[in-house]
Structures are given as structure tokens and as C-alpha cells.
Design a protein around this ligand. Structure first.
Ligand SMILES: Nc1nc2c(c(=O)[nH]1)N[C@H]1C(S)=C(S)[C@@H](COP(=O)(O)OP(=O)(O)OC[C@H]3O[C@@H](n4cnc5c(=O)[nH]c(N)nc54)[C@H](O)[C@@H]3O)O[C@H]1N2
Ligand SMILES: Nc1nc2c(c(=O)[nH]1)N[C@H]1C(S)=C(S)[C@@H](COP(=O)(O)OP(=O)(O)OC[C@H]3O[C@@H](n4cnc5c(=O)[nH]c(N)nc54)[C@H](O)[C@@H]3O)O[C@H]1N2
Ligand code: SF4
Ligand SMILES: [Mo]
Length: 788
């Protein structure tokens, strides 16, 4: 389309273009994504035919990644779930009976009321996956409809996605901070807003151009590069961003804290820190300086497998830039040392004064004070029910308030042991834990079979649904729902443009269930009514619209943004200058952690399985394994459907090794190989990555094969290539946050006919699995690796 075309429709939210109705709106799950880019939906006779990026939307300025461009392939996919289905055979047989929505709701109501009576509401657990368009709704379902305090992510070990970083930031700064790429301004890169382009951006364990994680659109980094930003990238692999960086630090997986400690050491010992900011706004600088004194670049170089001079160079470049921003990612959460790692990195931006300044790391809150998320509706629970939330063993999460959900691993333990009370019902919306979210897939397989009543609410029939569900409920996709969201900024609306069979949006489903169980908590008729309720009761008065009908025509709305809020008394409830912490300063010496018995200063701890901490294990499994780096084609276990562009471009699960490592393993490009460790094994296909250290393996996560047999033992091949046969559940950091998804040991060997007779699917579903077995007599956990 020419620019004239878009200009002629500027300001319109819907128009006719020949046979097409064009709707300007935003997208957000499903299919999944963390962002909410501006889109133009082209529909004909009620069917979605084409998606374009909205050039007028400040968020993505017309750009789209492939998963939105190919959205019609998923929305119109004939293998989608279209009707509620009730299990007709045994669990795992993939036999279903179509039922009406009324029958499905009757069954849910009957089961919930029976569990309430016999066990109490806490025996019901609700899960979601990552930040899709139900992070408010499903917590609300759990608290306001079921009356249970046990909402959590779908067995995400150590709650290790964003939560460790956000809890660390909250405890150190009293607020969230993100890299400033001007995303808070409707006028974007126009410096009349006061924004300045960062001189340096650090990409740390984050590959934003692929992942667009946590509502941060990766294209913004490219926009800043075009305006002059220099890059530092900390990643075991030479990513696109790393290849364009002034420094690429090829860190050993799981050792980022050591690197951060050494960068702090260089910046302090070379006197490159911001004296004025530290004196006015930081607490505990001397203690931090003392702690990092021994962390010389030489020491960290040895730990991290990088050159000492590159650590020095990167630290100088970062500290001397004015301003500089750090864009960090998941890989800092996926270690048991996650809390300390995040605090160390947070201290870097603090001592260099890159705090809420233009082009640094800014303090951000949700637009128009709309703070729903995992705590939405929690206050409706009586204190004695709140006190039963699983995860009490982690006081930082459960008592200090740094987590608003039940601890995912504690939920698993309760299912396995019945302690502190049995779990009778599990509700899963938008999570496919045995394919992806849970760290120990074989262990989950065994545990979830024991739950009496399981509901799965998804877009497609998944391995999780076949293995466990009694009821499968079809969910609407992004273009099939009216909705709104605030994740940072702006406030955005989603307009419904199409309908698939009997699919229901996650919010409508929650309302349908809630009205039967606790109608007083659901005083709206449908999702539009719920949105209007949120606008009225859960959003501040600055929101420029009061109803969804108005909002959907405006599409996005940015609140005012102010820099240096700590100087202006805009952060603390008492209106005084300073940060919202006990000392009013950024706590380099973290008194919040100290209060709960944790080390108040950051430090490095070796991953528990590594060549350094477990040399005996490393003799057998000599390679360091990191998992789950994102690819353009897939969102976790999604987008695997046969015939779609995603699957065509990326048909097989891929793992990466250096050329020398591949040769040593007897493998060439494209060979299938077993990746194995003491917990289990899976098979993936080799892609040689010349940039990797010879001792490192990088493997994909989330694989299943919807084109193959759904019934057990195959279960869509979910265990055969599942890297989460090799990662542990319930091995968390001492705070409860963080789990070692990205720092394991492994060995790799070619697949042969002989060593492939018993596939992991068979091993897990028929032969007891690989993973930990709990001895029921004494609660001991044993490792039972059996290869058949
Ligand atoms: N396309 C797509 N986008 C996604 C997702 C998806 O599945 N697909 N998932 C979403 C979700 S839930 C999340 S949490 C985010 C995650 O997205 P990101 O935060 O970007 O994290 P990853 O892609 O997991 O890893 C980023 C980089 O870290 C490197 N890395 C591996 N191990 C280490 C390590 O120990 N240290 C360091 N410094 N780097 C390491 C990897 O090589 C990779 O290049 O993405 C979101 N966006
Ligand atoms: N080894 C390893 N494992 C990992 C990771 C890793 O890096 N390495 N990353 C971890 C991380 S950070 C995360 S956050 C988790 C993510 O894990 P999850 O978010 O649980 O992702 P999926 O397992 O893909 O399950 C999502 C399901 O939701 C469905 N769905 C999508 N949109 C909607 C919707 O709008 N409504 C409903 N009802 N359903 C929808 C999809 O069809 C899919 O079946 O995985 C974790 N697992
Ligand atoms: S980041 Fe990509 S998949 Fe996500 S909303 Fe934007 S274009 Fe769509
Ligand atoms: Mo995540």
C-alpha cells in the first residue's frame, strides 16, 4: 500500500477497502506474544484474511514480526478447538465427546461445589502461562470465583520469568525500571519530549529483536542504533545484536552475576561512578564497594570464560556513556542465583546514575494506575484463606509481598504429597506445561495424572490436554475478542473482528464461570461490561475515555511521563523526594532482603550442575547446556501446526554446538542427536553455530509435533524432543526465585537405530519416566533414570 492510502485513513479506526473491512486495533494473544503491536485487520465476510502493521501506532510504527503477519493461518486453522469437549476415554487416549457450553459449565460448577464441601477452596489451583491476555482474568477467576488463594504459573520452576528481576527491582528501588527507548512517549523519537538516545545499550541475556519480551519491542533497539547507540551484548552466542556490538561478552551460561560483580569492580576502582548520584540517592555504596573488591576482571574472566580486557572495556564504555541503558532478559532469571544477579545488574545502573534519566533506565508504572495482574481480586479472600497460599516456605515471596502468586514448585509438591493439603482440581488457561513451562516434564506427567479434575482452556488440542484434561474449552484468539490492556504504556484496546466456531474469550469464560459460583463478584454481563467496570473502578481519572465503545475508536492512549521522579517527590506515598524504599534511596545494600534473612549484597554462586561445582558429573556430562533461546517462528510451544509458515521455515527442533564440539561428537549439520544428562534425554537436530564456545550447547524448548499421533505413548511426540526432560523442578534459589533452566550439564551423541528403540515418549508414559520419584513411605526423592 502507498503512504497516500494510510494517510487518507489517518485517524479512522475502521473503513471499507473494496470487499474488505479494515479495522485499526492492537493484537495480544493468541497466538501468544508479550507485546501489543498496532495492527490493521482486513476482514471479508467476517473472516480474517490479512494483517498489516499500523504505521500510525507509536508502539511499532508499522513494523510487525512474522507471527502477526501469519496470524490468519492460525485464526483460520482447521485443527483449532471449536467446541467444548469432555473426556470420553481414559486420560491419554485422546477420546472426546462434544458438549454444549451449558453442559461444560454445569460440570465445572458441580465439581467446584463438591470440592468446596469436601476439601475447601484451596484445593483448587489455577494456572496460566506467560504474559498473555489473561494475566488479570485468571487470577480473578481463582480468587473471586473459586475462592482459592492458589493461582500460579503452570509449574514455571522458581517462578523464573521476569518475577526474579521484578522482585529484585522492587526490593532495591521500590519500582520497576526499563531501558528508555522513548516508548513512553506518543511522539517517540522526537527529542522535544526530553528523551535522549542512549549512547550505549547493553543487551544482557536478552535478544529483544527476536523475543520482544515484557512489552519491549526489539525494533526500538534498532531504531536507537540508527540514531547512534553503541551496543554491548552479553550472550553465549553471536546473535544479530552481538554481531553489531562494540563488545560481545561470550559469557558461560549461568555466570552473569560474576560478570556484573567485575563490571562494578572496574567502575568503582577506576572511579567511573556517578559520585553525585551515589551520594544523594544510593544507600550502602561502601558495603557494595567492599563486596566487589575481590571481583577483579581477571577473576571473573576465569569464571565466565571471557577475556578480562573485554570486561574492562565494556565496563568503561558503559560507565562513561551518558546516558546508557541496560535491556536485560530471561537468562538472568533462569539460574538459582537469579535474585543476586538482578541486584548486581540493578546496582550497575544505580552507581552510574542511569536512573529515571532520559535515555537511561527509567522508572515505569502501568498506564493510568491500572494494576491488576496476579493480585487482581486477592483482597476478596478472607485472611485465613490467604494464609493458605502455597509457598509459605519462601517468606520473601509469601510474606514480604514480592510475589502475588502461589509458588509454582510448591504447588507441584502439594500435588505430589498431599501436603499441606491435597489438590483436587487444576484449571489451566494458556499453558502447556508438559510441553514447555514446567521444568521437569516427566515428573509433571506423573504428578498431574493424580489430580481428580482438570480443565484445560486453549486454542488447540495440546499434549497437556490429552494427558490430563477432563474438560477442554476452546479459547478465542486476539482478533476474536474485545479487550484492553495496560502493560506499562500505553493503554490499548483490542477490537473483535471475527468469530471462530464456539470459541469464547478468556474473560467471557471467567465471567460465565464466576456468575454461577460468586455472582456478587461479577456484576457485568460480558467482557465489554468487565472492561467498563475496570475503566470505572481500577483505572485513574486521567484515562481519556470511560467506555470500551469510545476507547476502541481511539485505540491507544499515553499517560503523561515525567523523568527524575525521585527528585520531584513522585515516587513515595508520603510525597517526599526519594525512592519508595525504607531508606528512601536505591538500596545497594538491600535492607528488604536483609529483613527476611537474605544476603543484602549481591554475589556470584556457581550453578549447582557445572564443570566447577560438580566435576564428577561433568566427567560424564562435560558440556554446559543453555536452553530456550527464542526463535522468530514460535512463541513457546505455539505455532507448531503443520502447513503454517512458521513450521515450514522451522520444521525441526534445533540445537547448536561449535564446529569442533560437533566434530568431537561425531556429528555434522542436520544430524539428529541425543542430548542427555543425569535426569533424562531428548533428541534434536544439530545446527552448527561457529560462534559458540566449544564447551557450550544451546538447545530449543517447547517442541511437540501436532501432525503425529495424539494418544499416549506418543502424545504428539511431546517428550521426544523435550529439553525439559533434562531440567529440574523444585531446585530454586534460596529466595524461592530462579531455577536453572539455562545452566545444566549434558553430553551429546548421534541417534542410531539401536539407541532409539525406546523413545522418551514411551519411557515417560509407559516405563515410569526418567525423573525424580518420591518414596511414598518417607517422602525421599530418588533419581530413577531408566533407558530401557
Ligand atoms: N518469538 C518468541 N518470543 C518470545 C517468546 C517465545 O517463545 N518466542 N517467549 C517470551 C517469554 S515468556 C520470554 S520470558 C522472553 C524471553 O526472551 P529473552 O529475554 O530475549 O530471552 P531468551 O530468548 O530466552 O534468551 C536471550 C539470549 O540469552 C542467551 N543466553 C543463554 N544463556 C545465557 C546466559 O546464561 N547468560 C546470558 N547473558 N545469556 C544467555 C541466548 O543465547 C539468547 O540469545 O521472550 C518472550 N518472547
Ligand atoms: N527449557 C526451557 N523451558 C522454558 C523456557 C526456556 O527458556 N527454556 N522458558 C520458560 C518461560 S520464560 C515461560 S514464560 C514458559 C512459557 O510457557 P507457557 O506460557 O505455558 O507456553 P506454552 O507451553 O506454549 O503454552 C501456552 C498455551 O496457551 C495457548 N494460548 C495462547 N494464547 C491463548 C489465549 O489467549 N487464551 C488461551 N486460553 N490459550 C492461549 C497456546 O495454544 C498454548 O497451548 O516456558 C518456560 N519454559
Ligand atoms: S511483537 Fe510481533 S507477534 Fe508480538 S504483537 Fe508485535 S508483531 Fe505481533
Ligand atoms: Mo517467560
Amino acid at each position: 500500500m502507498s503512504n497516500d492510502y494510510y494517510e487518507s485513513h489517518r485517524g479512522e479506526w475502521q473503513w471499507q477497502d473494496g470487499e474488505y473491512t479494515v479495522t485499526r486495533t492492537t493484537a495480544w494473544s493468541g497466538p501468544g506474544c508479550h507485546d501489543g503491536c498496532g495492527v490493521l485487520y482486513y476482514t471479508k465476510d467476517g473472516k480474517l484474511e490479512k494483517v498489516e502493521g499500523d504505521p500510525d501506532n507509536p508502539f511499532n510504527q508499522g513494523a510487525l514480526c512474522m507471527r502477526c503477519l501469519e496470524m490468519p493461518e492460525f485464526v483460520n486453522n482447521p485443527t483449532r478447538l471449536g467446541h467444548p469437549m469432555k473426556r470420553a476415554g481414559e486420560r491419554g487416549e485422546n477420546k472426546w465427546e462434544r458438549v454444549s457450553w451449558e453442559e461444560a459449565l454445569d460440570l465445572i460448577e458441580e465439581k467446584v461445589r463438591a470440592i468446596w464441601k469436601d476439601y475447601g477452596p484451596e484445593s483448587i489451583v489455577c494456572h496460566i502461562g506467560t504474559g498473555r491476555n489473561n494475566c488479570d482474568q485468571i487470577p480473578y477467576l481463582c480468587y473471586a470465583a473459586f475462592g482459592s488463594p492458589n493461582f500460579s504459573m503452570g509449574y514455571l520452576a522458581g517462578d523464573s520469568c521476569f518475577c526474579p528481576r521484578s522482585a529484585s527491582m522492587a526490593s532495591q528501588n521500590g519500582d520497576f525500571m526499563i531501558a528508555d527507548c522513548s516508548q513512553q512517549f506518543e511522539k517517540r523519537y522526537d527529542e522535544s519530549t526530553g528523551w535522549r538516545c542512549p549512547e550505549v545499550i547493553v543487551n544482557w541475556g536478552c535478544n529483544a529483536v527476536v523475543s520482544n519480551s515484557d512489552n519491549f519491542f526489539g525494533g526500538w533497539i534498532v531504531d536507537c542504533m540508527q540514531r547512534g547507540s553503541k551496543m554491548i551484548t552479553i550472550d553465549p552466542s553471536l546473535t544479530w545484536l552481538a554481531s553489531r556490538s562494540a563488545y560481545w561478552l561470550r559469557v558461560r551460561p549461568g555466570t552473569d552475576a560474576a560478570l556484573a560483580m567485575a563490571m562494578l569492580n572496574v567502575i568503582i576502582s577506576e572511579d567511573l561512578y556517578d559520585h553525585d548520584f551515589v551520594a544523594k540517592w544510593c544507600y550502602g555504596f561502601d558495603e557494595l564497594a567492599e563486596r566487589v573488591r575481590d571481583w577483579t576482571p581477571e577473576r571473573a574472566a576465569e569464571v565466565c570464560w571471557v577475556e578480562a580486557e573485554d570486561i574492562v572495556g565494556a565496563a568503561r564504555l558503559y560507565a562513561q556513556a551518558d546516558p546508557a541503558a541496560i535491556q536485560w532478559g530471561l537468562k538472568l532469571d533462569q539460574t538459582t542465583n537469579a535474585t543476586a544477579t538482578a541486584c548486581a545488574v540493578n546496582s550497575l545502573w544505580a552507581i552510574t546514575g542511569n536512573v529515571d534519566n532520559p535515555g537511561g533506565n527509567i522508572i515505569i508504572r502501568n498506564a493510568f494506575d491500572q494494576n491488576l495482574s496476579y493480585g487482581y481480586g486477592y483482597h476478596l479472600l478472607p485472611p485465613e484463606v490467604q494464609a493458605k497460599r502455597l509457598g509459605a516456605e519462601f517468606p520473601l515471596m509469601s510474606r514480604a509481598g514480592y510475589s502475588s502468586s502461589a509458588h509454582a514448585d510448591s504447588v507441584l509438591k502439594a500435588i505430589e504429597t498431599g501436603e499441606p493439603y491435597p489438590i483436587r482440581m487444576v484449571w489451566m488457561t494458556s499453558t502447556n506445561p508438559i510441553a514447555n513451562m514446567g521444568a521437569d516434564a516427566p515428573r509433571l506427567f506423573r504428578a498431574l495424572k493424580s489430580v481428580d479434575f482438570v480443565v484445560v482452556n486453549d486454542l488447540f488440542m495440546t499434549p497437556t490436554a490429552i494427558a490430563f484434561a477432563d474438560l477442554v474449552l476452546p479459547a478465542a484468539m486476539s482478533p476474536e475478542r474485545n479487550s484492553q490492556r495496560c502493560w506499562w504504556v500505553p493503554n490499548r484496546t483490542l477490537t473483535k473482528v471475527t468469530q471462530y466456531e464456539e470459541c469464547v474469550s478468556d474473560d467471557d469464560l471467567v465471567t460465565m464461570v464466576g456468575k454461577r459460583l460468586h455472582p456478587e463478584n461479577f456484576p457485568w454481563d460480558d467482557n465489554v461490561g468487565w472492561i467498563n467496570h475496570i475503566f470505572e473502578h481500577e483505572t485513574n481519572d486521567e484515562l481519556p475515555y470511560k467506555s470500551f465503545e469510545e476507547a476502541q475508536k481511539v485505540v491507544w492512549s499515553y499517560p503523561a511521563f515525567t523523568y527524575l521522579k525521585h527528585e520531584k517527590g513522585l515516587l513515595r506515598p508520603d510525597g517526599q523526594p526519594g525512592f519508595n524504599t525504607p531508606s528512601g534511596r536505591i538500596e545497594l545494600y538491600n535492607t528488604n532482603l536483609m529483613l527476611w534473612g537474605y544476603d543484602p549484597l549481591p554475589d556470584f554462586k556457581e550453578p549447582s550442575c557445572s564443570p566447577v561445582s560438580s566435576p564428577e558429573l561433568a566427567e560424564k556430562y562435560p558440556l554446559v547446556l543453555t536452553t530456550g533461546a527464542r526463535s522468530f517462528e514460535f512463541f513457546h510451544s505455539e505455532h507448531r501446526q503443520e502447513g503454517t509458515t512458521s513450521r515450514e521455515l522451522h520444521p525441526d527442533p534445533l540445537f547448536e554446538m561449535s564446529p569442533a564440539a560437533a566434530e568431537a561428537a561425531g556429528l555434522s549439520e542436520g544430524d539428529w542427536a541425543w542430548i542427555e544428562n543425569q535426569r533424562g534425554r531428548c533428541r534434536q537436530k544439530l545446527h552448527v553455530n561457529p560462534s559458540l564456545d566449544d564447551r557450550v550447547v544451546r538447545a530449543e524448548h517447547g517442541w511437540w509435533f501436532p501432525e503425529t499421533e495424539g494418544a499416549e505413548p506418543n502424545l504428539y511426540g511431546v517428550f521426544d524432543s523435550n529439553i525439559n526432560n533434562l531440567t529440574p523442578q523444585c531446585e530454586n534459589g534460596d529466595t524461592g526465585f530462579g531455577a536453572p533452566y539455562a545452566n545444566q550439564l549434558c553430553r551429546v551423541y548421534p541417534c542410531t537405530e539401536e539407541n532409539s528403540r525406546v523413545l522418551p515418549g514411551e519411557q515417560v508414559t509407559r516405563r515410569g519416566g526418567y525423573s525424580k520419584v518420591i518414596d511414598e513411605s518417607n517422602g525421599d526423592v530418588k533419581v530413577g533414570a531408566i533407558y530401557g
